[in-house]
Design a protein around this ligand. Structure first.
Ligand code: HEM
Length: 437
């Protein structure tokens, strides 16, 4: 039996569904952290709960979350709801452990950080942004979310598989959007109570298909087609004897690795998973930065806008792990087999860490240390996001072109936080070119 004093306070909720319904309802509101806030008040910053089918220790404490991030597979392994792991595939870097994860992480990180790739991305960003902005007209709204998705997806796919804009890229974009639509519907799949399910489902815009089975089928099909495309690219690299040349994209970096564990299937699966930040995280960072800038024009010239957007936007709300043994941290027990959910959002919006945490204030970063454990938008430890520099680089280039070429007025819109962060109306703005009346 566990020592009663150690197991964090909290409630496991209803049999089987636990507190999932409350969690998801809050996640849909404009204050997703209200689920956490209520329990923090009752039980403290670390508490027990039961969400997405697993007993869970939730951490909204910066130090405990840091410990979870820093631990390796001897203590914690990734553990996400089944629906998400089905989507990503077993060999996704986000799910594998040990030496294989470290190997792939190292290869990806070195390539993404290389000066050569950064120069390529800078060039691509400039031309794709320019191309997109040239088409912006002043007599109808520009949907920033759509524009940034288009740009960031193309830039990332080029870095991953050297595909240039064109017919194949358009097809890939379409399939990828189907795949993402599946991702958005899946977290709800296992929640019983069809009325609730339907009403939550109805809130997910852009998904016309009401029958869950169709979405499910659609996204599997979409993934299969994308895997086929990447495998075709791998084959053509092999046929043209390109393996072991200086790699110009990530797929080649992985193919060049001598380790036989990096099978073609693993490489193809990971290439598709790594397109997710191009469609979802990076464009959302750019869109939210425009949103916050619209609310706070004096912040225009501050690069700290991006940092503050990461803090407030919480594009990735946190990470989930499973405890491999009983773990004690700061006097709390995380029992073996339980899930540990390091919820970054509460840490980023905690008034003990940030004064007036709900106020967009890029100036707070002028004399603040970003490497603190109370700021982890890209995670930390062995799984620290290898794309973090790239995300900042792309967002700065976009913002630079945007603010130097246009003045704008934003229409009313709101942030939706679940299942992924995005703008409800795709962030419509009205632009005027600078230097014109
Ligand atoms: C605003 C943009 C982004 C945010 C907020 C973000 C956030 C994160 C977070 C929190 C993790 C840690 C997951 C964990 O610990 O389980 C992560 C991992 C990862 N990210 Fe990002 N990311 C972003 C952009 C990117 C980009 C542009 C790329 C690729 C080009 C990328 C590739 C990855 C990969 C491959 C991992 C897995 C690392 C591993 O498990 O070893 N991310 N990201």
């Amino acid at each position: 039996m566990y020592k009663k004093t150690l197991l964090p306070l909290g409630a496991l909720g209803w049999p089987f569904i636990g507190e999932t319904i409350d969690f998801v309802s809050c996640a849909y509101s404009d204050r997703p952290e209200s689920f956490m806030d209520k329990r923090r008040r009752m039980y403290g910053k670390v508490f027990k709960s039961h969400i997405f089918g697993s007993p869970t220790i939730v951490s909204t404490d910066a130090e405990v979350s840091k410990f979870i991030l820093q631990s390796d597979a001897r203590l914690f392994v990734p553990s996400y709801p089944k629906s998400l792991t089905e989507l990503m595939g077993k060999s996704s870097i986000l799910l594998i452990n040990g030496s294989l994860q470290r190997r792939i992480h190292g290869l990806i990180g070195a390539f993404l950080k290389s000066p050569h790739l950064k120069a390529q991305i800078t060039g691509d960003m400039q031309s794709y942004v320019q191309e997109s902005m040239e088409k912006w007209r002043e007599d109808h709204p520009i949907f920033i979310q759509d524009e940034t998705k288009n740009i960031a997806f193309q830039v990332l796919v080029k870095a991953l598989i050297s595909l240039d804009p064109g017919e194949e890229m358009e097809l890939l974009k379409k399939q990828f959007q189907e795949f993402i639509a599946g991702l958005m519907s899946l977290p709800l799949k296992n929640i019983p109570g069809s009325q609730l399910y339907r009403s939550l489902q109805a809130k997910i815009k852009n998904i016309q298909v009401v029958n869950n089975k169709e979405i499910y089928f659609g996204f599997h099909q979409a993934k299969k087609k994308m895997v086929k495309l990447v495998q075709k690219i791998i084959q053509s690299k092999r046929d043209h004897g390109m393996i072991s040349m200086v790699p110009k994209d990530l797929v080649q970096v992985l193919l060049n690795d001598a380790s036989e564990h990096l099978t073609d299937d693993l490489i193809a699966d990971n290439m598709i998973d790594m397109m997710i930040p191009g469609e979802d995280s990076v464009p959302v960072l750019m869109t939210l930065a425009v949103k916050y800038l619209s609310d706070c024009p004096p912040a225009l010239h501050q690069l700290t806008v991006i940092t503050e957007t990461l803090r407030m936007g919480n594009i990735i709300i946190g990470v989930m792990r499973k405890a491999m043994k009983d773990i004690e941290i700061k006097g709390y027990l995380i029992p073996k087999g339980w899930c540990a959910f390091a919820y970054f959002r509460s840490v980023h919006l905690d008034e003990n860490n940030y004064e007036w945490p709900y106020q967009f204030n890029p100036w707070r970063w002028q004399d603040k240390d970003m490497s603190k454990s109370s700021f982890t938008p890209f995670g930390g430890g062995q799984r620290l996001c290898p794309g973090l520099d790239l995300a900042r680089l792309e967002a700065s280039i976009f913002l630079h072109h945007f603010v130097t070429q246009f003045r704008w007025v934003a229409e009313d819109d709101t942030v939706v936080n679940f299942p992924t962060v995005r703008m409800k109306r795709r962030m419509p703005i009205w632009v005027k070119r600078r230097g014109e009346n």
